[in-house]
Ligand binder design. Structure first.
Ligand SMILES: *Cc1c(COP(=O)(O)O)cnc(C)c1O
Length: 368
């Protein structure tokens, strides 16, 4: 098997997902399993399904297509592009929506394909990314009305999202406001929303604190499943969403990135010659630490375009990276590394996304 390699521990992923599904069920909340970081891997989606998730969500239709054989409902986690309505109806049972014209096209296409498509209407409660702005009540009502009236559409529920663009945290206040809007719409149309989808994994801390606003009975959860319960407990310090990498190190042992050594040598720690810029047009400074033992790895930005990787061996230090190489200092390591050996890294969410979307990555699944 070739390198670089990403090892995904499916047993741990399934374990995390099962804990989460149970914990949320106890609070009356249904989990939609978000698989988007894995870029359409059916093995990870299957692990979520085994754990009790019955809807798997992806942001791209092309990824839902890869999951079409799985025994679950599929949700497109992004508003359908007008150019791919046909594919959306074909591969997604549910989609997130905020545009009336798109809802109308979905209905037309669903009639054509003799299918029922479910609409999760998105309301923007302040994070200013997707959704109908919460103050734009007229348009929101129009969208509900259309979804209820148009043929071959079903209203799956009403949803909102936090912490994705505007960095707005889900709170008791904005959650309550959202539920109030949902209740007003229910009263106006004489309906009952099956799902009031109060956010993504960032809402989990409200459940931990026991303050998730009443009425929210659905969350769309990704990173939390992918990195586990502990990760989130630590990450939500004082109710804020921290992307603290040291925290990741402690618990992100579901994933291991491994790269192969292609050169081992001793070299000076400062370059020889007149200095200009590196491959990224940046000038650099170097600290003279004398000659040190180093290894050159066949791993670069083209494989994982992120700085967010850490050697598992704490005695190894990353010196630098370019498109196709990573240079590590192995002087202090107890292991006598040779060409052909592998060096393992822990990774964070950003690096996981990069690794899963990199063509040169060999993804393998472990269950230990
Ligand atoms: C990514 C995404 C989610 C899942 O977010 P996590 O932070 O990974 O839990 C939920 N809803 C929408 C609309 C998303 O784009």
């Amino acid at each position: 098997m070739n390198y670089p390699r990403l090892e995904i521990n499916l047993r741990k992923l399934e374990h995390n997902a099962r804990l989460l599904v149970k914990k949320l069920a106890k609070n009356g909340v249904t989990v939609m399993g978000v698989n988007k970081v894995f870029n359409g891997l059916s093995e990870t989606a299957s692990a979520m399904i085994r754990a009790g998730v019955d809807v798997v969500a992806e942001s791209r239709v092309s990824n839902l297509k890869k999951l079409q054989h799985l025994p679950c409902q599929k949700c497109l986690l992004r508003t359908p592009s007008p150019s791919e309505i046909e594919q959306v109806v074909k591969y997604a049972d549910i989609s997130l929506n905020s545009d009336v014209a798109v809802i109308q096209s979905l209905s037309r296409e669903a009639v054509k394909q003799k299918k029922t498509h479910q609409v999760l209407l998105m309301v923007d409660m302040g994070d200013i990314r997707e959704g109908i702005w919460f103050k734009n009540r007229e348009y929101l009502e129009k969208a509900v009305k259309q979804t209820l009236e148009l043929p071959n559409l079903e209203l799956y529920g009403i949803g909102t999202n936090f912490g994705c663009y505007g960095t707005v945290n889900p709170t008791v206040e904005n959650g309550r406001m959202f539920v109030r809007i949902a209740r007003e719409l229910e009263a106006k149309f004489g309906i009952r929303f099956k799902y009031i989808s109060g956010g993504n994994g960032t809402s989990y801390y409200l459940i931990e604190k026991g303050t998730l606003p009443e009425g929210i009975n659905h969350l769309r959860v990704g990173a939390l499943l992918a990195f586990g319960i502990d990760y989130v407990n630590i990450r939500y310090v004082n109710g804020f969403y921290h992307s603290n990498m040291d925290v990741n190190r402690v618990v992100s042992n579901l994933y291991t990135l491994k790269a192969e050594i292609i050169e081992v040598n001793r070299k000076p720690t400062i370059p020889f010659g007149e200095l200009g810029t590196d491959a990224f047009m940046k000038s650099k400074t170097f600290v003279d630490r004398g000659e040190r033992k180093r290894a050159l790895l066949a791993l670069g930005y083209q494989d994982v375009s992120s700085e967010n990787i850490w050697p598992v061996d704490p005695k190894i230090e990353i010196l630098g990276r370019s498109f196709d190489h990573t240079i590590v200092d192995i002087e202090d390591s107890e292991k006598d590394y040779q060409v052909g050996d592998h060096i393992a890294f822990e990774i964070d969410y950003t690096a996981l996304l990069a690794a899963c979307t990199s063509e040169s990555m060999n993804i393998i699944f472990v269950r230990d």
